[in-house]
Design a protein around this ligand. Sequence first.
Ligand SMILES: CC(C)=CCC/C(C)=C/CC/C(C)=C/CC/C(C)=C/COP(=O)(O)OP(=O)(O)O
Ligand SMILES: O=P(O)(O)OC[C@@H](O)CO
Ligand SMILES: [Mg+2]
Length: 233
Amino acid sequence: MTAPWAEWDHIVKIDPDKTLPEGETYEDVLATGTDAIEIGGTTGMTTDKMERVIEACAAHDVPLYLEPSAPEVAVNDEALDGYLIPTVFNTENPFWLAGAHKEWTRIEDELPWDRITTEAYIVMNPDSAVATYTEADCDLSAEDAAAYATVAERLFGQEIIYVEYSGTLGDPEIVGAAHDALDEATLFYGGGVHDYDSAYELGQHTDVVVVGDLVHDEGAEAVAETVRGAQDA
Ligand SMILES: CC(C)=CCC/C(C)=C/CC/C(C)=C/CC/C(C)=C/COP(=O)(O)OP(=O)(O)O
Ligand SMILES: O=P(O)(O)OC[C@@H](O)CO
Ligand SMILES: [Mg+2]
């Protein structure tokens, strides 16, 4: 069976710590044509905030995934299609590679293993909260990014590789190098996608475009433009 993300072009990442623009609802976001919703952010996460977004999105048929940044906010909810669990390959602190995951496994009696998939992050924007938080070494060449992608897929059997430029538009050469290095795995790209053209451009170098801040800053109409860009790419 092919993994659902093998068919996706576009994901909206909803940050439970942020609001939607005045007058907009999660229903508007779910109607943009995006292929899936990821719920998560680095800072300000609580179980209450997670649950509020899950509840607001649950009644719709867009696939809903939780992307927890810590074991404490990995809420167990039947409305979720699954869990996308980050693991950071270019961190200088092994806690973000496997330590947090060890804690999660230790504190939970039983985890829904058949609904859990890891995302092998390559964090590229040194000014992002996620880079600071995970002590990522963002000083990577295209060759380095490609090599991490290969290691993640070939040695660690990762199904999803995530080139993360959170907050800024990425270097297409670096994203493309990671993409070219992959055989079967799916590449997620996220960072700074804000209109049709940026989604189209980065979409040519990745399998899936992830759009985050735009949904909170500009809203559903702007997100729908990026869905078209990612689909056309
Ligand atoms: C083991 C479990 C359940 C969790 C640990 C998971 C790990 C290793 C998390 C590391 C951090 C990470 C990669 C979080 C994913 C979400 C993400 C990248 C959000 C984007 O964050 P930013 O845009 O930088 O920050 P804010 O938007 O919150 O300011
Ligand atoms: O918020 P933006 O810059 O769109 O980034 C999307 C996502 O990759 C963040 O984890
Ligand atoms: Mg963000």
